[in-house]
Structures are given as structure tokens and as C-alpha cells.
Ligand binder design. Structure first.
Ligand code: HH2
Length: 276
């Protein structure tokens, strides 16, 4: 199985490149592009196999960013990375078809949609036409409201059913099955117990027969368990979850701390008898 030309016989690292305004200094757009490009280049040098660029926060409570604004945050960074000779696959983290289209035109290779093609009715067609890979992630509700008492009878069974339906919708829209990646959506409309149950039962997502992407890096539930309030300081807990995910079959780990995750994975792979 391959993704954007990468073999998935071992876990791959997707480096998170958020180009939301709070990631930028106040120095204006150009400084922002230069800073984001430098960070992207650094992540590739540290071992990122894929870069995931996002121009809209999907954290709990986040509000919608207008399409034009999201495009002007993301497309120039992708173009700049390509102009600088970065050849690593680039994924665009968006729920909006126009943002995905602009990113693909700018040089992105893959679409990462946290709503599994449900937010924007045109998204499936954009992906199908481009023939690019897509990550279908489970979420419940939208970021503004998703943490308002989410409830499931059996979270893993329900998330699996939701992803099966999402895969069927994608295939019906003309997206080839071998272009689809699935993600349980840690933290998206889930309580602490839901997140832990999904991680405990992650191997069940292998039943879908598609690569599993796991995005747990620095998330709130790690802070709650480890007692680390500042998100950037949640490295140790994030590494523990990444290695657990790798062991239960995750093939793409979406992380902030690329170098550290790469080193942790190298140890794990060596013990498993694989090469990192
Ligand atoms: N999590 C976030 C954003 N995009 N995509 C996938 N496929 N899986 C995830 O778990 C996932 C995602 C949220 O994390 P982060 O990028 O750190 O925050 P924000 O959305 O606020 O930029």
C-alpha cells in the first residue's frame, strides 16, 4: 500500500504546519509565509514524511474562517515550499472545496478533511477530479459545539460505522478506494473515555482495510492525564500515544514534534525488526 508515493509498510510521520494567525508574528503576510516555509523545511529535515498544512483551527470552540482568508493563508506557503525545492508530499487540512482546490493547484498532493467530505458538498468532486488521496476523519458535530456532551452507546463501533459510510460516499463520488485513508478523529466530539476507548481498540480500524491516520499529538486528553496544562509541553504523553498507535496499526502519525517522534519510532522499529 502506498500514499503519495510513500510505502506504508512502516509508520510515517505527518508534520503539522498550522498557518493560523496565532502561529504568525505580527509582521504581516510575507513574514508569515517565510516563517511557515522555514518551519516546513525544518520539519522535512527532521524526518517528516508528509507536511499537513492547515489555515483554519478546528480546535473545540474554533470559529469558521472565510474561504478567501483560508486560501491566502495556505496556498502561498505551499507554493513557497515547492519553489524552495521541497518535494515531500503536502496535505491540505481543510473542510472547504475551494481551499482544497487552491492548495492542489499550488502543489499539494493530498486532502485531509476532518468532516470526511460532509462539510462542503463540492469537496468529494474536487478530490475525485484531482485523483488525489484523501483522509476521511470521524467527527461529531462541528468544532464550535462538538465537545458539548458527546454521547455514544459504543464509541468504536459507531465511529467505524460512520467511517464505513464515509468511504461508501467517497467511492460513490468517484474516489478510488486505494486513495482513501481513515482516522478515528481523536478529540473531535469525544470525551476522555471515548478517546481512550478508541486508542485501546484502534486495531479494529484495521477491519476497514485502509491505512489508519492517528492525530493525538498534544491534545487536551493527554494534558488531562499527565497534568501538563501547556499544550507545547505535552511531548512525553504524545510520544506514548504515537508508539501505542504504531503498535496497533496506525500508519500515519500526525504530530507537532517531528524529530522526537522520529527518534521514538526508530527505537520501536528497531525492536520490531523494521527499519525506520
Ligand atoms: N486534528 C486536528 C486537525 N486536523 N486531521 C486529522 N486527520 N486528524 C486529526 O486528529 C486532526 C486533524 C487538530 O489538531 P491541531 O492541528 O493541533 O489543532 P488546530 O486544528 O486547532 O490547528
Amino acid at each position: 500500500m502506498t500514499l503519495c508515493g510513500l510505502t506504508l509498510d512502516r509508520p510515517r510521520i505527518m508534520g503539522i504546519l498550522n498557518v493560523t494567525p496565532d502561529s504568525f508574528s505580527d509582521g504581516g503576510r510575507l513574514d508569515g509565509v517565510a516563517a511557515a516555509m522555514a518551519r516546513g523545511q525544518a520539519m522535512v529535515a527532521e524526518g517528516a514524511d508528509i507536511l499537513d498544512i492547515g489555515g483554519e483551527s478546528t480546535r473545540p470552540g474554533a470559529v469558521l474562517v472565510p474561504v478567501d482568508e483560508e486560501i491566502s493563508r495556505t496556498a502561498p506557503v505551499i507554493r513557497a515550499l515547492r519553489a524552495a525545492g521541497v518535494t515531500a508530499p503536502i496535505s491540505i487540512d481543510t473542510r472547504k472545496a475551494a481551499v482544497a482546490r487552491a492548495a492542489l493547484e499550488a502543489g499539494a498532493d493530498m486532502v485531509n478533511d476532518v468532516t470526511a467530505l460532509r462539510f462542503d458538498a463540492d469537496m468529494a468532486a474536487v478530490v475525485a477530479e484531482a485523483g488525489c488521496p484523501v483522509c476521511l476523519m470521524h467527527s461529531k458535530g462541528d468544532p464550535e459545539t462538538m465537545q458539548n456532551a458527546p454521547a455514544y452507546a459504543d464509541v468504536t463501533t459507531e465511529v467505524l460505522a460512520h467511517l464505513r459510510a464515509a468511504i461508501a460516499r467517497a467511492e460513490a463520488a468517484g474516489i478510488a478506494r486505494d486513495r482513501i485513508v481513515v482516522d478515528p478523529g481523536i478529540g473531535f466530539g469525544k470525551t476522555q473515555e471515548h478517546n481512550l476507548a478508541l486508542l485501546r481498540e484502534l486495531a479494529r480500524f484495521g477491519d476497514l482495510g485502509l491505512p489508519i491516520l492517528l492525530g493525538a499529538s498534544r491534545k487536551r486528553f493527554i494534558g488531562t492525564i499527565t497534568g501538563v496544562e501547556v499544550a507545547a509541553d505535552r511531548l512525553a504523553g504524545s510520544l506514548a500515544v504515537a508508539l501505542h498507535g504504531a503498535r496497533l496499526g496506525a500508519r500515519i502519525l500526525r504530530v507537532h514534534d517531528v524529530r522526537e517522534t522520529k527518534e521514538a519510532l526508530a527505537m520501536w522499529c528497531a525492536i520490531e525488526g523494521e527499519t525506520a
